[in-house]
Design a protein around this ligand. Structure first.
Ligand SMILES: Nc1ncnc2c1ncn2[C@@H]1O[C@H](COP(=O)(O)OP(=O)(O)OP(=O)(O)O)[C@@H](O)[C@H]1O
Length: 237
């Protein structure tokens, strides 16, 4: 078995209702501590790849192993548990809970995962202290912490989403176009924060974007269409 943090083998994945597979991958690996940039045009399957890594979707054939744990064969509830324990997700739309404060949004993974809670507690005196230190390092000032997330700018919401993904130091952080709503300077600043936090935590980072200007900052770049045997099949069919 591969000792990669993320190891996908011989994957074929078709969304329900689709005639052709979205992804056919012989191999996709990300090592521990590695920061990988995945690019591809709209509709090329970048979010689908992240859904497979997170066990949100399961391939019809092939295997997905995360931190040595094979996800195929696990029931959905166990995959969900594994995801919240070990993977921090930053979604394109942030998916923050509008009626919760910033602090409560950040602490959500610790509500669902004893593993994340313990790891967060190892970072600070208590959970709030751990969240405060993360929010500070993500440049969110204390006067904002008790606000509802709906009262924040897009850039601030994005940093709350990043803090929620990073709390309790998950071994893997996955980000789906998290900078697409920002101007260039803010994109770079956000990436600085995420990459620094992942380095500190020793996490692997899979960062999906179509913005090639960000690519050079990563250990490795993968163009999804280069490794996806289904690339362009739908268009040419
Ligand atoms: N839940 C779903 N059900 C059915 N088809 C889906 C679903 N999600 C995505 N697809 C299809 O899978 C293909 C790849 O979509 P995906 O969202 O993975 O691409 P993407 O590269 O992330 O695109 P974008 O850059 O626009 O976010 C598309 O043809 C899309 O319509």
């Amino acid at each position: 078995m591969s000792d990669a943090a993320i190891a996908l083998r011989d994957i074929s994945f078709t969304w329900p209702g689709q005639k052709t597979p979205t992804l056919a991958l012989d191999q996709f690996d990300v090592q521990a501590h590695e920061q990988v940039f995945v690019s591809g045009p709209s509709g090329s399957g970048k979010s689908t790849l992240l859904a497979l890594i997170g066990g949100i979707a399961s391939p019809q054939s092939g295997s997905v192993a995360i931190l040595g744990q094979a996800l195929d064969g696990l029931p959905a509830s166990k995959r969900d548990r594994f995801r919240v324990d070990h993977i921090g997700f930053i979604f394109q739309q942030f998916n923050l809970i509008p009626y919760l404060s910033i602090l409560d949004n950040v602490l959500l993974p610790c509500q669902f995962s004893a593993y994340r809670r313990e790891r967060a507690l190892a970072q600070g005196q208590d959970l709030h202290a751990a969240a405060h230190s993360l929010l500070r390092s993500l440049d969110l000032a204390p006067n904002l912490w008790t606000r509802a997330v709906t009262q924040l700018s897009i850039g601030q919401q994005q940093r709350v989403a990043a803090a929620r993904a990073l709390i309790g130091r998950p071994e893997i952080v996955v980000a789906d176009e998290p900078t697409s709503a920002l101007d260039s300077d803010r994109q770079q600043a956000f990436l600085d924060l995420i990459q620094h936090e992942c380095e500190q935590a020793g996490a692997s980072l899979v960062f999906v974007s179509h913005d090639q200007r960000l690519a050079e900052r990563f250990h490795r770049r993968i163009a999804l269409n280069d490794i996806n045997r289904c690339a362009g099949v739908e268009e040419s069919a």
